[in-house]
Design a protein around this ligand. Structure first.
Ligand code: HEM
Length: 344
């Protein structure tokens, strides 16, 4: 397999390189190319295999949370914030005790890339990013001396000490990327889905009555209100889109959320309907060779959350008159808290 090898071993990536979204994306170019040439080795199934199918232990985290004893809970704080991280940690072989620290770093990374921070806040977040990067490096280094059955160990095995296959820096970059992409997205998507379903109560009642509708409800929730509303692209050649000429090499921010509500593509695009036939045609996970590698996992997590919650708390309702505060970034969306009455 031919691929371009980036220079440098572990730890040689400068902070500037890390935070330039387009050069960070270059590592994913290598992976996307590898995936298209050797789909089996780089498949989503292999990537996610350390965590899927879900074990009873993972599912128990949903049952044993302290939330069930309260009537009013913040679903974000009690469930959505940590649940996807626990699963991702199984994939990466990280101890659960680090969840809060990583979530905080991931939040800061989001704000640094897509938010609007003051210079002082930027400095603080940048310092956190260095710690975050060193954490990732140490993780990969540790797996190179004592491998497990996690994804970093799989990548190291694939590399087989050969930079022409993968450099250590590329492996660290991928793990660093997953440490954000693999949970923050799903935390927000789950919160959006519950918020949408509970504000369109007839849809909530439909999935309570017929859990077989849940997989399509997840597609529709992702179409209607995704957690990643914009994504980036660079034009490889000059192109005309809807009468606008875009030159080669232009950096674009694509409004995925808008495309998902395109009236020319979806009938009654602004209506939320768990029965929608083409809900799975949404582009919330992107498109083409960079299509989100975690899409099957994210959907599975959301399905499990909905199955569990509709089964146990069919009378769940949003607490009335609450202010829904949305995380303030241009690309990632989701309520910072979602107060519900469990109806028990
Ligand atoms: C609902 C949750 C999620 C949403 C909305 C989401 C959305 C996206 C989007 C829009 C992209 C860009 C695709 C493109 O450029 O065409 C992407 C890429 C990616 N996502 Fe996700 N994602 C989610 C969950 C996850 C999870 C759970 C993982 C990992 C376990 C993950 C890992 C990745 C990776 C590694 C890429 C880069 C793929 C590449 O560039 O080749 N994502 N995701």
């Amino acid at each position: 397999m031919e691929k371009q090898v980036s220079e440098g071993g572990i730890g040689r990536c400068s902070l500037g390189e890390l935070y330039d979204p387009f050069s960070a994306a270059a590592t994913y170019d290598i992976f996307a190319q590898a995936r298209s040439e050797d789909p089996e080795t780089y498949s989503a199934q292999i990537t996610l295999s350390p965590a899927t199918p879900f074990t009873d232990e993972v599912l128990a985290t949903l049952k044993e949370g302290g939330f069930a004893s309260k009537s009013e809970v913040d679903l974000v704080a009690e469930i959505f914030y940590e649940f996807p991280a626990h699963i991702l940690f199984l994939i990466l072989g990280i101890p659960d005790s680090d969840v809060r620290k990583i979530k905080q770093w991931a939040d800061n990374r989001l704000f640094l890339t897509f938010g609007q921070l003051t210079p002082a806040e930027q400095l603080k977040c940048a310092k956190d990013m260095v710690a975050y990067w060193h954490y990732t490096e140490a993780l990969v280094e540790q797996r190179s001396t004592s491998p497990g059955d996690d994804y970093p160990s799989q990548l190291l095995k694939l590399r087989d000490d050969d930079d022409s296959i993968l450099t250590l820096n590329e492996i660290v970059s991928v793990v660093f990327g997953l440490l954000l992409a693999g949970h923050e997205t799903t935390t927000n998507a789950s919160a959006n889905a519950f918020h949408t379903l509970l504000t369109h109560r007839e849809n909530w009642q439909m999935i309570c009555a017929d859990p077989g509708l849940i997989p399509n409800a997840v597609h529709e929730a992702l179409r209607f209100k995704s957690s990643v509303v914009c994504w980036r692209r660079k034009t490889m050649k000059s192109v005309e889109i809807a009468g606008t000429q875009i030159p080669a090499g232009a950096n674009l921010l694509l409004a995925l959320g808008s495309a998902n509500r395109d009236e020319d593509r979806f009938d009654d695009a602004h209506v939320f309907d768990v029965m929608r036939k083409d809900a799975n045609q949404n582009i919330s996970f992107g498109y083409g060779k960079h299509f989100c590698v975690g899409a099957p996992l994210a959907r599975l997590e959301m399905e499990v959350l909905l199955e569990e919650m509709t089964n146990r708390f069919p009378e769940m309702r949003l607490v009335e008159d609450q202010d829904i505060d949305i995380i303030r970034t241009i690309a990632f969306r989701g309520p910072t808290r979602l107060l519900v009455n469990l109806g028990v």
